[in-house]
Design a protein around this ligand. Structure first.
Ligand code: ADP
Ligand code: MG
Ligand code: MG
Length: 888
């Protein structure tokens, strides 16, 4: 028989899966010899069993009985004993902390008899009745599901009636009256009297804590924080200690160091004569923890000693809950404290300076996601901001603009050069063009997986969602805040996608210090946050095995990427090089009736392309530059089919057809595709119109020759897109080899490599064949994801990803973070099979996943040589590649 119940002495901090974070850390503190009230933990397995069938699993009640008896024996008291009762707290606590999401019931074991016993044994009647009314309140709301406001109202009414400002002003007689009133409320709302049997109270509280795993708010919280739904919560049953027995008692919360910087110091709040959440609930003004030194020097010294023990043991900042009962200190909770991204870097550095951890461990304690947060522009901290409300930060950044309430207005205003923030109740696929046009998006409904949030993140647009305090009225073109203020169309607002804050007016935006540092504008010692980041980067660079390159199509981007630490370009797209003035040349190429006509167009393009490549090779001198030959379908360079048809038809009706337009229309028709994503593009173009690829290859090699002659160190890599078969690759390869021979004859030898993008499932599966001819692979994981899932990204993200996320079909968009099970398997297979043929095959990834932390760890595991990502993600990739190497 498996045991569901565990004594504190039998657990430790590494058993969070089974005992929950709270239980595991209570066990750890117990075993450290710290003053923790005795108790036991009902594990998450019991919870999962309970939730799957809806009843307590067989044997659990007996097990609880055994552990309860042991607890009673140890305490020398029986649960709910009428003369001198043992009382317990029944506390929730899952593997991951879900603050305030689940329930806890204190003072279990009190009833109409034992309340007298408690009064007698403690010699404090007021305290006994205060504890009882608290039990009724918590049991009523948590176990019986009565709205806690029902109790609050009666309590407030009584306080008003007695002229009591705070709860501690109520007398024993008042509290007795309150207990009677609460008992009535319980009976009235639940249809049954408050259960007097202590064991029944305990069992029902345990079941209620299990049930609280599945409340709406708990589910919502888990989805936002990507906590799996099937973990369940543990339940801790722990002897009560009392901070509510007058002055000399109290309860508090504290951090073991400054939660912002990690500096030593005393940080926390203390409330005298209080129990449980009182200290954080704002019912009375708390005292700074340092004041405890004056009130109770012995407990204070003991607390500082314990904090030092915890620090020494966890080697990190911890947060704690404690209670002092008549001068005796008790520890009720600890965990490694949550922290902001800034604090994470600062604390890690401080701990290294103080010799608590080494640089490797410091690197493990910060994340690329945290670094990314620090790289967004921020609203200036200085200055007065007029906060309207705080919603959920769904997509980071700081956006300022005029409020608009529909997408058409967003598009129209943006087109005339205005910054707008699109405000909606929630968005749907029809809002897409408005979201593209807006600087920021604000919704009053929906969480972090809502349509607005998913799409905004995908586009890198600042977004705050679920700002519930806003009443958005799109038809009146305004929103109203709960406090009555109204914002009309055209009023300036500022939204912070990191903190979720929404401000009235334009808040000054300042560039991130960290970006200024990466740009070379701020030295590492400019500020201790900058220093902390810089030290983490140095350590990561030294540790990592994978290289980091950037996706950059211009010399300017390449130069920035290099400043950010890129070691080459993993993807230089060439299609934008055919736009603008050059579009005409592509059109000429397509409509040319003769080879001579085609040749002329290509010859006109050659010097322009050569110039493009020379600049990029120069910006990345000494590092590899992977240039992808033209990929998109040709019709993208031609006029729109419908527009041109209309133009020609109109001209025809006037009897004045432009011959060029007519010919062009024929070509547009000829090249029109139902599904361009799967049509004539990539290598297929290179096979049908070899001249285009040949021209590009020549431009690359001549640019390299120019750079070499100028004393540079060009390292071009020519990459063929969308290859599915080694045959395709080899056909294009032959053409390129011929060009290379010609260039060599004219200009002397230039070094280059020829490889392919792996972005079709077939290419991954047949990588062993492709590697016979290709010298390198670069996984194009954007297309590989599209082709593996059969998703057209532009269509599916806006239309149904929110639903997929809500239903758990995936936890995160496969375009944001690599689908390691499916697409990742193809990356693994492709790498293994490619290297089976060619052991020194150089393999990288150039999809957006190259900048995503979780994906980077996967790529490191599979053994890729490098990741390539957008210039701004390069530092994130460096940091995560370093962390991945330490974890290997
Ligand atoms: P949460 O997860 O919301 O912090 P807790 O289980 O920690 O909930 O408990 C809620 C409050 O009750 C906290 O303030 C905690 O310190 C207090 N508390 C928990 N156990 C006891 C106990 N045995 N005696 C006195 N107070 C307790
Ligand atoms: Mg707590
Ligand atoms: Mg592609």
């Amino acid at each position: 028989m498996t045991a569901f119940v565990h004594d504190f002495a039998d657990g430790d901090k590494d058993q969070k899966d089974l005992l929950g974070g709270k239980g595991a850390n209570l066990a750890e503190m117990t075993n450290l010899g710290l003053p923790v009230p005795p108790g036991f933990i009902i594990d998450t397995e019991a919870c999962r069993a309970y939730l799957s069938v809806g009843t307590v699993p067989a044997g659990l009640a007996e097990e609880i009985g055994v552990h309860l008896a042991a607890l009673e024996q140890r305490m020398g008291k029986r649960l709910g004993d009428p003369d001198d009762p043992l009382l317990v707290a029944v506390r929730s606590g899952a593997k991951f902390s879900m603050p305030g999401m689940m329930e806890t019931v204190l003072n279990v074991g009190l009833n109409d008899d034992s309340v007298h016993g408690l009064a007698a044994s403690s010699g404090d009647e007021r305290f006994a009745w205060d504890s009882y009314r608290r039990l009724l309140q918590m049991f009523g709301s948590t176990v019986l599901g009565i709205d806690s406001a029902v109790f609050g109202k009666v309590l407030d009414g009584l306080k008003a009636d007695r002229g009591a400002h705070v709860d501690t002003d109520l007398t024993t007689a008042d509290l007795r009256e309150l207990v009677a009133a609460f008992q009535e409320l319980v009976e009235q709302h639940s249809g049954q009297p408050f259960p007097q049997d202590p064991r029944e109270q305990l069992d029902r509280a345990v079941a209620a804590v299990f049930d609280s795993w599945n409340t709406d708010r708990a589910r919502l919280y888990r989805r936002q924080d990507r906590i799996p739904d099937d973990l369940g919560t543990a339940v801790t049953v722990i002897a009560m200690v009392f901070g509510n027995c007058g002055a000399g008692s109290g309860t508090g919360v504290a951090f073991t160091r400054d939660p912002a910087t990690g500096a030593h110091g005393v940080y926390g709040d203390y409330l005298e004569n209080a129990q449980g959440e009182d200290v954080v609930a704002g019912i009375r003004n708390t005292l700074p923890l340092a004041d405890l030194e004056r009130l109770d020097p012995t407990s204070y010294a003991e607390l500082l000693r314990i904090m030092a023990v915890l620090e020494e043991h966890y080697r990190d900042m911890c947060d704690i809950e404690f209670t002092i009962e008549r001068g005796k200190l008790w520890m009720l909770q600890t965990r490694v404290g949550k922290r902001t991204p800034e604090a994470a870097f600062r604390i890690a550095r401080t701990l290294v300076e103080q010799g608590v951890i080494d640089a490797d461990e410091a690197l493990q304690r910060v994340t690329g996601a945290q670094l990314a947060q620090l790289m967004f522009p921020r609203f200036d901290a200085a200055g007065v901001h007029d906060l309207l409300t705080t919603g959920m930060g769904a997509s980071p950044g700081a956006a300022v603009g005029k409020a608009v309430f529909d997408s058409a207005t967003a598009v129209a205003w943006a087109a005339r050069g205005e910054d707008v923030v699109l405000v909606r109740k929630e968005t749907n696929p029809d809002d897409l063009h408005g979201m593209v046009a807006a600087a920021g998006i604000l919704t009053s409904h929906g969480g972090k997986t809502s349509h607005a949030a998913v799409v905004a993140r995908g586009m890198g647009r600042t977004c705050v969602c679920g700002a519930e305090a806003l009443d958005v009225d799109a038809s009146a073109r305004q929103f109203t805040v709960r406090d009555g203020r109204t914002v009309h169309e055209g009023d300036l607002i500022s939204v912070d996608g990191t903190t979720g804050e929404v401000f009235l007016g334009a808040v000054e935006v300042s560039p991130s210090l960290i970006v200024r540092h990466f740009e070379g504008e701020l030295p590492a010692d400019a500020d201790n946050l900058v220093a902390a980041v810089s030290e983490a980067m140095t350590r990561a660079d030294a540790a990592r095995r994978m290289r980091v390159r950037a996706n950059a199509d211009t010399a300017e981007d390449a130069a920035r990427a290099r400043r950010f630490g890129a070691e080459g370009i993993g993807l230089c797209r060439t299609e934008h090089m055919f736009l603008g003035d050059r579009r005409q040349l592509v059109e000429d190429l397509i409509v040319a009736e003769s080879t001579a006509g085609q040749q002329a167009a290509l010859e006109a393009l050659l010097p322009l392309q050569r110039q493009d490549f020379t600049e990029i090779l120069e910006a990345m001198d000494g590092f590899p530059v992977t240039i992808r030959l033209i990929d998109p379908p040709l019709h993208e360079f031609l006029p729109n089919l419908t527009e041109l048809s209309v133009k020609v038809a109109l001209a025809e009706s006037r009897g004045a057809v432009d011959e060029h337009d007519r010919v062009l229309l024929d070509h547009v028709r000829r090249l029109h595709e139902q599904n361009p994503m799967l049509g004539l593009r990539g290598v297929r173009l290179g096979i049908l119109i070899p001249g285009l690829f040949e021209m590009q290859a020549r431009a690359i090699l001549e640019a390299a020759a120019d750079r070499r002659d100028a004393g540079g160190d060009p390292q071009p890599e020519i990459m063929i897109p969308l290859v599915a078969s080694v045959r395709e690759f080899e056909m294009v390869q032959r053409h390129i080899l011929t060009v290379a021979e010609e260039v060599t004859a004219e200009r002397g030898e230039v070094g280059y490599r020829l490889g392919t993008m792996i972005e079709l499932p077939r290419a991954a599966v047949l990588a062993d064949r492709i590697a016979r001819s290709a010298e390198f692979f670069s996984f194009g994981t954007n297309d590989l994801t599209q082709m593996t899932w059969g998703f057209s990204r532009d269509d599916v993200e806006a239309s149904f990803f929110a639903t997929y996320l809500d239903n758990g079909i995936f936890d995160v968009s496969p375009f944001e973070s690599l689908d390691t099970l499916g697409v990742g398997a193809l990356v693994k297979i492709g790498t293994e099979r490619g290297r089976a043929t060619r052991p020194d095959l150089h393999v990288g990834v150039c999809g957006e996943h190259g900048g995503d932390p979780a994906s980077i760890h996967f790529f490191a595991e599979v053994g890729l040589d490098y990741v390539s990502c957008s210039p701004y993600r390069v530092p994130v990739a460096r940091l995560e590649a370093g962390r991945a190497a330490l974890g290997e």
